[in-house]
Design a protein around this ligand. Structure first.
Ligand code: DC
Length: 239
Protein backbone atom coordinates (compact mmCIF):
# COMPACT_ATOMS: atom_id res chain seq x y z
CA UNK A 1 0.00 0.00 0.00
CA UNK A 2 2.83 2.43 0.72
CA UNK A 3 4.97 1.91 -2.31
CA UNK A 4 4.31 5.34 -3.86
CA UNK A 5 4.50 7.21 -0.60
CA UNK A 6 7.83 5.64 0.29
CA UNK A 7 9.32 6.15 -3.11
CA UNK A 8 11.03 9.55 -2.93
CA UNK A 9 11.86 9.19 -6.63
CA UNK A 10 8.27 10.00 -7.46
CA UNK A 11 7.58 13.63 -8.20
CA UNK A 12 4.46 15.08 -6.67
CA UNK A 13 1.49 15.62 -8.93
CA UNK A 14 -1.87 17.40 -8.80
CA UNK A 15 -4.93 15.15 -8.83
CA UNK A 16 -8.22 16.83 -9.77
CA UNK A 17 -11.41 15.00 -8.77
CA UNK A 18 -14.56 16.50 -10.28
CA UNK A 19 -18.11 15.25 -10.54
CA UNK A 20 -21.71 15.45 -9.37
CA UNK A 21 -22.76 16.11 -5.78
CA UNK A 22 -22.91 13.22 -3.29
CA UNK A 23 -21.10 10.97 -5.74
CA UNK A 24 -18.57 9.82 -3.16
CA UNK A 25 -15.88 12.22 -4.41
CA UNK A 26 -14.72 13.39 -0.99
CA UNK A 27 -14.47 9.94 0.53
CA UNK A 28 -12.53 8.65 -2.45
CA UNK A 29 -10.32 11.76 -2.76
CA UNK A 30 -9.52 11.68 0.98
CA UNK A 31 -8.46 8.05 0.83
CA UNK A 32 -6.43 8.67 -2.30
CA UNK A 33 -4.62 11.55 -0.57
CA UNK A 34 -3.87 9.38 2.47
CA UNK A 35 -2.63 6.65 0.15
CA UNK A 36 -0.09 9.01 -1.43
CA UNK A 37 0.70 11.14 1.62
CA UNK A 38 -0.85 14.12 -0.19
CA UNK A 39 -2.98 16.98 1.12
CA UNK A 40 -6.73 16.62 0.50
CA UNK A 41 -8.72 19.77 -0.27
CA UNK A 42 -12.52 19.71 -0.35
CA UNK A 43 -13.39 22.80 -2.40
CA UNK A 44 -17.15 22.25 -1.97
CA UNK A 45 -16.58 22.93 1.74
CA UNK A 46 -15.23 26.37 0.80
CA UNK A 47 -18.40 27.28 -1.18
CA UNK A 48 -20.43 25.93 1.73
CA UNK A 49 -18.46 28.03 4.23
CA UNK A 50 -19.17 31.22 2.25
CA UNK A 51 -22.86 30.21 2.13
CA UNK A 52 -23.01 29.59 5.89
CA UNK A 53 -21.40 32.95 6.58
CA UNK A 54 -23.92 34.65 4.31
CA UNK A 55 -26.83 32.95 6.09
CA UNK A 56 -25.50 33.84 9.54
CA UNK A 57 -24.85 37.47 8.59
CA UNK A 58 -28.10 38.30 6.80
CA UNK A 59 -26.77 38.21 3.23
CA UNK A 60 -28.81 35.10 2.36
CA UNK A 61 -32.50 34.96 3.24
CA UNK A 62 -34.80 32.03 2.45
CA UNK A 63 -32.02 30.51 0.40
CA UNK A 64 -31.64 33.58 -1.82
CA UNK A 65 -28.36 35.52 -1.71
CA UNK A 66 -28.25 39.31 -1.73
CA UNK A 67 -25.39 39.27 -4.17
CA UNK A 68 -23.97 42.71 -3.49
CA UNK A 69 -24.03 42.24 0.26
CA UNK A 70 -22.43 38.83 0.08
CA UNK A 71 -19.68 39.99 -2.28
CA UNK A 72 -19.04 42.90 0.10
CA UNK A 73 -18.42 40.36 2.89
CA UNK A 74 -15.91 38.22 0.99
CA UNK A 75 -12.91 40.06 2.42
CA UNK A 76 -13.92 39.32 6.01
CA UNK A 77 -14.81 35.63 5.72
CA UNK A 78 -11.27 34.24 6.27
CA UNK A 79 -11.37 30.53 5.46
CA UNK A 80 -8.64 28.23 6.80
CA UNK A 81 -8.09 24.49 7.08
CA UNK A 82 -6.62 22.65 10.07
CA UNK A 83 -5.66 19.02 10.14
CA UNK A 84 -7.81 16.95 12.49
CA UNK A 85 -5.90 13.77 13.47
CA UNK A 86 -9.12 12.08 14.65
CA UNK A 87 -10.55 12.27 11.12
CA UNK A 88 -7.21 12.05 9.33
CA UNK A 89 -8.42 15.03 7.27
CA UNK A 90 -8.60 18.80 7.50
CA UNK A 91 -11.53 20.60 9.10
CA UNK A 92 -12.66 23.91 7.65
CA UNK A 93 -12.68 27.06 9.81
CA UNK A 94 -14.29 30.44 9.28
CA UNK A 95 -12.68 33.24 11.29
CA UNK A 96 -11.24 30.68 13.67
CA UNK A 97 -14.48 28.72 14.22
CA UNK A 98 -14.68 25.11 13.06
CA UNK A 99 -17.73 24.90 10.76
CA UNK A 100 -17.18 21.38 9.45
CA UNK A 101 -20.52 20.16 10.89
CA UNK A 102 -22.61 23.26 10.25
CA UNK A 103 -21.84 23.48 6.53
CA UNK A 104 -23.32 20.03 5.85
CA UNK A 105 -26.89 20.90 6.89
CA UNK A 106 -29.83 21.13 4.50
CA UNK A 107 -30.11 24.94 4.77
CA UNK A 108 -26.58 25.45 3.42
CA UNK A 109 -27.09 22.68 0.84
CA UNK A 110 -30.19 24.42 -0.49
CA UNK A 111 -28.47 27.81 -0.98
CA UNK A 112 -24.94 26.81 -2.02
CA UNK A 113 -25.67 26.46 -5.75
CA UNK A 114 -26.78 30.09 -6.01
CA UNK A 115 -23.73 31.23 -4.07
CA UNK A 116 -21.36 29.21 -6.23
CA UNK A 117 -22.76 30.84 -9.37
CA UNK A 118 -21.57 34.30 -8.27
CA UNK A 119 -18.43 35.14 -10.32
CA UNK A 120 -16.73 37.16 -7.53
CA UNK A 121 -17.15 34.24 -5.12
CA UNK A 122 -15.62 31.83 -7.63
CA UNK A 123 -12.75 34.17 -8.44
CA UNK A 124 -11.79 34.45 -4.79
CA UNK A 125 -12.06 30.74 -3.98
CA UNK A 126 -10.30 29.63 -7.19
CA UNK A 127 -7.34 31.92 -6.36
CA UNK A 128 -7.15 30.39 -2.86
CA UNK A 129 -7.29 26.86 -4.32
CA UNK A 130 -4.51 27.59 -6.81
CA UNK A 131 -2.37 28.93 -3.98
CA UNK A 132 -3.01 25.81 -1.87
CA UNK A 133 -2.01 23.51 -4.73
CA UNK A 134 0.95 25.40 -6.11
CA UNK A 135 3.52 23.03 -4.59
CA UNK A 136 1.60 19.99 -5.92
CA UNK A 137 1.10 16.88 -3.79
CA UNK A 138 -2.63 17.62 -3.52
CA UNK A 139 -5.86 15.82 -4.26
CA UNK A 140 -8.51 18.49 -4.83
CA UNK A 141 -12.16 17.68 -5.13
CA UNK A 142 -14.82 19.93 -6.69
CA UNK A 143 -16.59 20.77 -9.96
CA UNK A 144 -14.10 22.84 -11.93
CA UNK A 145 -10.73 21.63 -10.69
CA UNK A 146 -9.66 19.91 -13.91
CA UNK A 147 -11.20 22.57 -16.15
CA UNK A 148 -10.48 25.89 -14.38
CA UNK A 149 -8.43 25.61 -11.18
CA UNK A 150 -5.75 23.21 -12.44
CA UNK A 151 -6.22 22.72 -16.20
CA UNK A 152 -2.71 21.22 -16.28
CA UNK A 153 -3.29 18.67 -13.50
CA UNK A 154 -1.35 15.47 -14.18
CA UNK A 155 -4.36 13.33 -13.30
CA UNK A 156 -8.00 14.32 -13.73
CA UNK A 157 -10.86 12.11 -12.58
CA UNK A 158 -14.52 12.65 -13.33
CA UNK A 159 -16.74 10.76 -10.89
CA UNK A 160 -20.32 9.92 -11.55
CA UNK A 161 -23.01 7.68 -10.05
CA UNK A 162 -26.70 7.12 -10.59
CA UNK A 163 -28.78 9.95 -8.93
CA UNK A 164 -30.88 7.38 -7.01
CA UNK A 165 -27.73 5.80 -5.57
CA UNK A 166 -26.36 9.22 -4.61
CA UNK A 167 -29.63 10.26 -2.96
CA UNK A 168 -29.70 7.08 -0.87
CA UNK A 169 -26.10 7.65 0.31
CA UNK A 170 -26.77 11.26 1.27
CA UNK A 171 -30.04 10.30 2.99
CA UNK A 172 -28.28 7.74 5.18
CA UNK A 173 -25.54 10.24 6.00
CA UNK A 174 -28.01 12.93 7.10
CA UNK A 175 -30.25 10.53 9.02
CA UNK A 176 -27.20 9.22 10.88
CA UNK A 177 -26.60 12.80 11.96
CA UNK A 178 -30.16 13.09 13.22
CA UNK A 179 -31.52 15.36 10.46
CA UNK A 180 -35.21 14.92 9.75
CA UNK A 181 -35.24 14.60 5.97
CA UNK A 182 -37.06 12.45 3.43
CA UNK A 183 -35.44 10.50 0.62
CA UNK A 184 -37.66 12.35 -1.89
CA UNK A 185 -36.49 15.73 -0.61
CA UNK A 186 -32.83 14.66 -0.90
CA UNK A 187 -33.27 13.28 -4.40
CA UNK A 188 -34.99 16.50 -5.49
CA UNK A 189 -32.14 18.52 -3.99
CA UNK A 190 -29.54 16.37 -5.76
CA UNK A 191 -31.23 16.59 -9.16
CA UNK A 192 -31.66 20.33 -8.74
CA UNK A 193 -27.98 20.74 -7.84
CA UNK A 194 -26.90 18.59 -10.80
CA UNK A 195 -28.91 20.83 -13.08
CA UNK A 196 -27.64 24.06 -11.49
CA UNK A 197 -24.01 22.82 -11.50
CA UNK A 198 -24.18 21.95 -15.20
CA UNK A 199 -26.18 24.93 -16.38
CA UNK A 200 -24.57 27.81 -14.54
CA UNK A 201 -22.77 30.33 -16.71
CA UNK A 202 -19.54 30.56 -14.76
CA UNK A 203 -17.43 27.39 -14.65
CA UNK A 204 -20.23 24.88 -15.24
CA UNK A 205 -19.60 21.29 -14.22
CA UNK A 206 -18.28 19.41 -17.22
CA UNK A 207 -15.82 16.64 -17.80
CA UNK A 208 -12.40 17.86 -18.91
CA UNK A 209 -11.50 16.34 -22.29
CA UNK A 210 -8.55 14.52 -20.73
CA UNK A 211 -10.34 13.31 -17.57
CA UNK A 212 -10.70 9.62 -16.73
CA UNK A 213 -14.33 8.68 -15.88
CA UNK A 214 -15.13 6.65 -12.78
CA UNK A 215 -18.77 5.55 -12.44
CA UNK A 216 -18.88 4.16 -8.92
CA UNK A 217 -22.62 3.27 -8.76
CA UNK A 218 -22.04 -0.38 -7.96
CA UNK A 219 -18.51 -0.17 -6.59
CA UNK A 220 -17.19 -0.36 -3.05
CA UNK A 221 -14.49 2.05 -1.94
CA UNK A 222 -11.96 -0.80 -2.00
CA UNK A 223 -12.90 -1.57 -5.61
CA UNK A 224 -12.47 2.08 -6.55
CA UNK A 225 -9.00 2.14 -4.97
CA UNK A 226 -8.10 -1.01 -6.86
CA UNK A 227 -9.36 0.55 -10.09
CA UNK A 228 -7.16 3.63 -9.68
CA UNK A 229 -3.90 1.73 -8.97
CA UNK A 230 -2.68 1.19 -12.56
CA UNK A 231 -3.68 4.74 -13.51
CA UNK A 232 -1.70 6.12 -10.55
CA UNK A 233 1.30 3.99 -11.42
CA UNK A 234 1.24 5.31 -14.95
CA UNK A 235 0.80 9.01 -14.04
CA UNK A 236 3.36 8.95 -11.23
CA UNK A 237 5.80 7.17 -13.51
CA UNK A 238 5.43 9.94 -16.06
CA UNK A 239 5.81 12.80 -13.58
O1 DC B 1 -19.28 19.03 -3.27
P1 DC B 1 -20.34 19.76 -2.47
O2 DC B 1 -21.72 19.19 -2.61
O3 DC B 1 -19.96 19.97 -1.04
O4 DC B 1 -20.38 21.22 -3.14
C1 DC B 1 -21.26 22.20 -2.68
C2 DC B 1 -21.69 23.14 -3.82
O5 DC B 1 -20.57 23.93 -4.23
C3 DC B 1 -22.26 22.47 -5.05
O6 DC B 1 -23.56 22.96 -5.30
C4 DC B 1 -21.37 22.90 -6.18
C5 DC B 1 -20.47 23.96 -5.63
N1 DC B 1 -19.06 23.76 -6.00
C6 DC B 1 -18.60 24.47 -7.08
O7 DC B 1 -19.36 25.18 -7.73
N2 DC B 1 -17.28 24.36 -7.42
C7 DC B 1 -16.45 23.58 -6.72
N3 DC B 1 -15.16 23.50 -7.09
C8 DC B 1 -16.92 22.83 -5.62
C9 DC B 1 -18.25 22.96 -5.29
Amino acid sequence: MNSFRDNSQNKKIVIAVDGFSSGGKSTFARLLAARLGYIFIDTGAMYRAVTLYGIEHGAIRNGVPDRERLVGMLGEIDITFRFNPARQASDIYVRGECVEEKIRGIEVSAAVSSVSSIPEVRRKLVAMQQQMGKDKGVVMDGRDIGTVVFPDAELKLFMTADPGVRARRRYEELRARGEDVSLEEIERNIRERDRADQEREVSPLRKAADAVVLDNSGMTLAQQMEWIEPILAERLGKA
